[in-house]
Design a protein around this ligand. Structure first.
Ligand code: HEC
Length: 124
């Protein structure tokens, strides 16, 4: 009985910590697992100044061929496409139906997408 109560309490505490964290952190916390918001390279390139920047052109050494040779500039329309579904976006942005990217699709849309765009605009 005691064990059950303890386990339940621990679960509730863990669950509320998790929910609290999600409510406070912006959606951009999703990017943080792979991206630094300065210029450091992690799993992906640092995102400082990425809006208005040429694609595939930071000091990141592990770009996919498609992104590296992309040549487009990250304007808001391109970025919305990318953060909706990078796997589809890379094909549209390169015009190559076989183009591939190593970034998984983020599936952002609506308010969440707006929030991340606003956040990226502020990374100057
Ligand atoms: C699981 C890891 C991962 C997550 C999560 C992730 N990314 Fe990426 N991202 C990458 C990788 C890897 C690349 C390089 C892709 C390539 O070379 O094809 C990349 C590339 C990018 C680029 C292109 C940068 C350039 O120099 O052209 C942008 C912009 C970007 N990510 C934004 C985001 C944002 C915003 C989020 C959060 C909503 C996010 N990413 C979440 C791994 C991730």
């Amino acid at each position: 009985m005691n064990t059950i109560i303890k386990t339940t309490a621990a679960t509730i505490i863990a669950a509320s910590a998790f929910l609290g964290m999600n409510a406070n952190a912006g959606i951009e916390a999703k990017c943080k697992a792979c991206h630094d918001f300065g210029t450091a390279n992690k799993v992906g390139p640092g995102l400082k100044g990425i809006m208005g920047h040429k694609a595939g052109a930071t000091s990141f050494g592990k770009y996919s061929k498609s992104l590296k040779n992309g040549g487009w500039v990250w304007d808001e329309a391109n970025m919305r496409l990318w953060l909706g579904n990078s796997k589809k976006a890379i094909k549209e942005l390169t015009g190559d139906p076989k183009a591939k990217t190593t970034m998984p699709p983020m599936k952002l849309k609506g308010e969440k997408l707006d929030q991340v765009i606003e956040f990226l605009n502020g990374l100057k």
